[in-house]
Design a protein around this ligand. Sequence first.
Ligand SMILES: C[S@@+](CC[C@H](N)C(=O)[O-])C[C@H]1O[C@@H](n2cnc3c(N)ncnc32)[C@H](O)[C@@H]1O
Length: 271
Amino acid sequence: MDSGVAATAYLVNESRARLPDLAGDPTAMHWIPEPERPTVRGLWDEYAEAVYPYDDLVVSLRGRLIRDTLARRLERDPATVLVVCGAGFSAYPWLLPVSAALEVDLPEMVAAKRRRAGELTAAGLLDERDVTHLGVDLDDPDARRDLLTYARDWAAGRPVAYVAEGLVFYLSERSAREVIGLGRALGAGLDLVSYWPADTADNAVLAAQRAWFRTRNVPDDASYLTMGEISGILGRPVTNHSPEDVQRRYLGEVRVPEAKLVPEHVAVAGA
Ligand SMILES: C[S@@+](CC[C@H](N)C(=O)[O-])C[C@H]1O[C@@H](n2cnc3c(N)ncnc32)[C@H](O)[C@@H]1O
């Protein structure tokens, strides 16, 4: 839980749990079982000290934008189903009136999510939802091909909204491009992809993060993309939302400039 790339799912869950109203995620504080929460809080505090103290802001705002964009799509087209890659402890299927969702992550993460979702549903803290949890290494081309076949069958012609949040920078460049393109391959009407823009590769916060990741066995190679590349992969124009844009939208002002943040942008196509 406190090392390897799956540790990042615990970290960002803690970020939302610290600002649940801003994140629009009242379930965030429940995902990590109480006995494990002190370790995760300690990990977050260590990360805040070593890297930057605003991950709660960045993660909550990106999640809020994604949630609100999905909510609008579901209002327009309630039959829309969700496909979420690198789902971690994000909770869109339970935050929104979604008829079905396919959540994909690494097998160990999927096992933890499935178990906890079952416990929280039994305890009445999550509504019943039709969520399929699939363990897939998205860096593996064969596994991606199988995932696409599976997801096409699963979607069975229903309209799809596709989310890849907090994920593609951890993949190789080729895998990142293909994972971004999974929504298009599924005919998704809406794509939401967060990414680090190519011109932020020398961002000081990312440099500090790379050093900290090495101490936690999180691979420190990263993929960076331009908005034009993402638009090319998706085959249509994208709207870009920077961390400053989402602060303006939800806080009415820029409280922390992008240079002091992990420069995570959200590209939206089809909204
Ligand atoms: C920063 S977390 C984001 C989790 C979630 N999207 C959120 O915003 O809360 C990154 C997620 O990507 C997953 N991940 C990283 N590399 C992956 C891979 N090769 N295949 C599948 N999932 C991966 C991790 O396990 C983790 O859950």
